[in-house]
Ligand binder design. Structure first.
Ligand code: HEC
Length: 468
């Protein structure tokens, strides 16, 4: 347990840092890779079928843009996700790797195939002009790339689905009897895969429409043809992902559905759920206005409507990922592991035996609470159980959350973190002495303007030790 050194992300916190990286990754992976490959295979196929050189050239230019996005930003943010999840929650990634080992291994192989075929397709496109037999081979490279991209998304979606709805995967906790097939075919896999597939295609089509606008300034006939093609695909996908989205939402546990409005906006605004409705309607309106205008009036619709459509789409995608992550709280793997890496079934034992006793990276002298070390021990407990969602005084600052409370009040509050008022927080895990230590540390924050008050506490304790 806790088998990784602690890394604290000051000010912006782990949640926001991860959200930036992961949502940027989703924009690229779903748009430029998964959806992008599907729509470009379609337009290349049409270009071959109709011997349409202009559409073939335009498709190539769009592919060039998607290629840069996928290889530069997509691959980089993908690696960023791996680094970050290992730092922030090694327990969770360990559990997921154990359950999905072979699926993830295959996903990695297929991901390599995906990258090779993307390179191959892109780099040989111009070598085989329309009408030559090689063009058909080039088309098949694109098709393989599209299938491989979708396959990697399908596996990752299974893992994400598992985190929300693990289903009946664990027949017995100890000795563990996992059912790997039940984990893969968890209840939200198919609906979420359908949902992601169609919005990936729609999102890629939206990007392709804006690129078409930019690349066809002189050729209005081509612009009209391409806008009708990509716009038609976009509009056809909307009802499909709405249907799959409703089916997906239906699989959520009731407690997750109850957190929906808070996830959609913020806790502060959760008392006014209509704000969330306004937000969704505004974003959807931006997408529809742009898509319909570019589709119906391709020759006259201004670029700003296309940009509006992209901003609306990114807002909706970011909002979806935020809600999905938020409503799963307090769990990282539903009913099995809390967001802070503590397994649900281990809580009673750790409460009795002590949490820090099992913390491999905490120096041994801080694994038992004493009057002298309790501020440092408290800081370790904060770092190991709270820093997943809180910072000291940046985003969701713990300092402000305990403002005005004395040590006794904080001690009391820590005992009911996972209550009806704050159901999104995991319970505090540890002995009574550990709970006192955490309260003592949190109570020092208000008096201390230092960004890392634990370090101050460390100095105080060390000097105490010296004087003894
Ligand atoms: C899974 C994420 C998560 C974890 C882990 C977490 N918190 Fe929170 N906590 C939150 C969120 C979200 C809020 C609400 C912030 C807001 O009001 O906007 C919150 C609010 C609070 C509040 C204010 C509660 C209130 O009634 O307004 C306190 C106190 C608090 N957290 C303490 C802790 C402590 C102590 C820990 C570690 C033992 C911890 N939290 C761990 C997510 C978390």
């Amino acid at each position: 347990m806790f088998d990784y050194p602690i890394f604290e992300m000051p000010f912006i916190g782990h949640r926001l840092l991860f959200a930036f990286d992961a949502i940027l990754h989703v924009f690229i992976s779903h748009g430029a890779a998964v959806g992008g490959s599907i729509i470009l295979v379609l337009s290349q196929w049409l270009a071959i079928k109709n011997n349409d050189k202009k559409l073939d050239d335009l498709s190539y230019k769009i592919l060039f843009t998607f290629f840069i996005m996928a290889t530069a930003i997509g691959a980089l943010t993908g690696i960023g996700i791996w680094i970050h999840i290992n730092i922030i929650n090694p327990a969770a990634i360990g559990a997921l790797l154990r359950v999905f080992f072979w699926k993830w291994f295959i996903e990695w192989i297929v991901f390599n195939i995906e990258m090779i075929f993307l390179l191959w397709w892109f780099l040989t496109w111009k070598q085989y002009p329309l009408g030559t037999p090689g063009k058909k081979i080039n088309f098949n490279l694109g098709l393989t790339y599209a299938v491989a991209s979708w396959f990697t998304m399908a596996i990752i979606t299974a893992i994400l689905g598992f985190m929300m709805t693990p289903g009946n995967w664990l027949k017995s906790y100890f000795p563990a009897e996992p059912d790997y097939m039940a984990a893969l075919f968890n209840p939200s896999w198919f609906p979420s895969l359908g949902f992601r597939t169609f919005w990936s295609i729609a999102w890629a089509a939206a990007m392709a429409m804006v690129l078409t606008w930019l690349f066809t300034k002189k050729d209005m006939e081509l612009r009209q043809k391409a806008m009708r093609l990509y716009g038609g695909v976009l509009l056809a996908c909307i009802p499909l992902f709405v249907i799959f989205g409703a089916w997906y939402y239906d699989q959520f546990p009731q407690a997750a559905k109850d957190l929906f409005w808070m996830g959609a906006i913020t806790r502060r605004m959760a008392a006014n759920p209509e704000y969330a409705t306004y937000l969704m309607v505004a974003l959807s309106g931006m997408v529809l206005a742009g898509a319909v205008a570019l589709y119906t009036k391709p020759k006259n619709a201004p670029l700003f409507l296309g940009i509006t459509m992209l901003i609306g789409s990114m807002g909706l995608i970011g909002e979806f990922e935020r809600v999905r992550e938020f409503v799963r709280k307090p769990y990282i793997i539903y009913d099995y592991m809390y967001a802070n890496g503590v397994r649900v079934a281990d809580v009673p034992y750790l409460n009795k035996d002590g949490y820090l006793k099992h913390a491999a990276f905490v120096p041994p002298e801080y694994r038992v609470v004493t009057e002298e070390n309790k501020l440092i021990v408290g800081k370790y407990l904060y770092q190991m159980q709270c820093r997943y969602c809180h910072t000291i005084n940046g985003v969701n600052p713990i300092k402000a959350r305990v403002k005005g409370m004395d040590e006794a009040a904080i001690y009391y509050r820590i005992g009911s973190l996972n209550s009806a008022a704050t159901p999104f927080m995991p319970p505090f895990t540890g002995t009574d002495a550990e709970r006192h230590a955490l309260a003592a540390f949190l109570a020092t924050l208000e008096k201390n303007d230092n960004h890392f008050p634990g370090e101050e506490a460390a100095k105080v304790t060390t000097s105490n030790e010296v004087t003894k």
